[in-house]
Design a binder for this molecule. Sequence first.
Ligand code: ADP
Length: 465
Amino acid sequence: MISLKHRLTLTYALFISLSLSVLTFIVNQITRQIFTGLIKQNIAEKSNDIVRAIGEQYNPNSRSFDIVTIEAIGMYFIHEGYILTVSDERGNFVWDARSHNMPECTEVLEAIAARMESKFRVGGSFQNQHYPISYAKQPVGNINIETYGPFFYSETETLFLSSVNRLFLIAGLVFVLLSVIISILLSRTISRPILKAEEAARQIAALHSSGSTNRQNFRIRLHEQYKTKELAGLSHSINVLSHELEEGERRQRQLTSDIAHELRTPLTCLQGTIEAILDGVWEPDRENITSCHEEILRVTRLVQDLNTLTNLEWENINLNKTDFDLAELLQVTAEQFKAAAYKKGITITLNLTTSPINADYDRLKQVFINLLSNAIKYTDQGGITISLEPPAKNRRISIVDTGIGIPPEDLPFIFERLYRTDKSRNRNTGGAGIGLSIAAAIVSAHGGTISAESGNGGTIFHVTL
Ligand code: ADP
């Protein structure tokens, strides 16, 4: 498989070279056309100059031409590629370049033909142009000018054109070289961040699949700041992914250590009490056995809760749906907590509107028991208000307390298994951090949502069904 860097380099190099070749070709063609136009004009002007110069050699008194000067002019123009034949008005021969120096004429014409055909690929033939010579508006003779046509380049023009072509060739080569360098640089700028992201993703994948136990390993981050939107997005996503995996790993460890802690505490109590009874230090009386029984119940509850949660999360919960009034369910549940609230000196206010619903009564009751028991557990003064908005498309319930609130950094995690804001896992407040996970799983099984808001003045739980 071809690498991104090579593919980009090839694409750029091809694109730039092609564009430059097309541009060079067009410029070359236009230059050539303009140049050919100028050459044709130059040939026509030179022919007119010849005619004028020869015309000036006419002597009206003797009614003849100055042959010596005409010969000098003719000889000069042979080297320029113009072969002259001059005759008087009666057609009598005056001067002819070929008769004067045939070998030189042939040599010059052949050299021009060879140059035009081989160097410039302009096929042509020798062409004759006739011009009348007049004096005081009276015809006094004729000139025939033979040249290579439709046009030809003189030696100086050939040299000029060759230099221009050479220049184009060198410029072309320099451009191709430059385009390759630019392509390499460009493709490197684009591919480098992608390669870095790919490398980071590969490392993360390798660590994840190898089940690495080193937490440091997930600290893979891309630190570069990219100005390109997509590259910045890619780098950000990789960092978020790495952070999430790191967090997931951390929470998994936390979960394992929390379960171990939750089991160790009652088991240590049990072990201590039973060993003391076996050693005869304590009596196996009702009080000690009740203490053991309570610890066993605590472990059983934890295992049951974890089991319930696993079932709710992993299996399709079979909801036993019936028609009932949600307001009535909330009222019955609140009744159960009246005594506990009274004991703590807090009030429970109900703000309910009759709201028929088709749902699993027992499971929803479990949700409100968990929310209310938390509200009472974490509230020492003030009160709890349970509201149910009038029936609309969704049933919206809110449970507001004036308790200690939840720190903002904990808020996103409170619905996770065994997550507790109390990091010391103080047993005074009781729970193992499973109640909200169970509530969330039940609400989600009903296609609803549960969320929490919190500040210093208390917590609000919203349930939408
Ligand atoms: P727990 O059994 O420990 O209460 P939950 O899953 O019910 O476990 O709650 C998770 C954590 O969320 C609790 O440990 C507590 O820190 C916090 N929490 C839940 N409800 C409230 C509330 N009403 N006020 C303050 N903190 C709360």
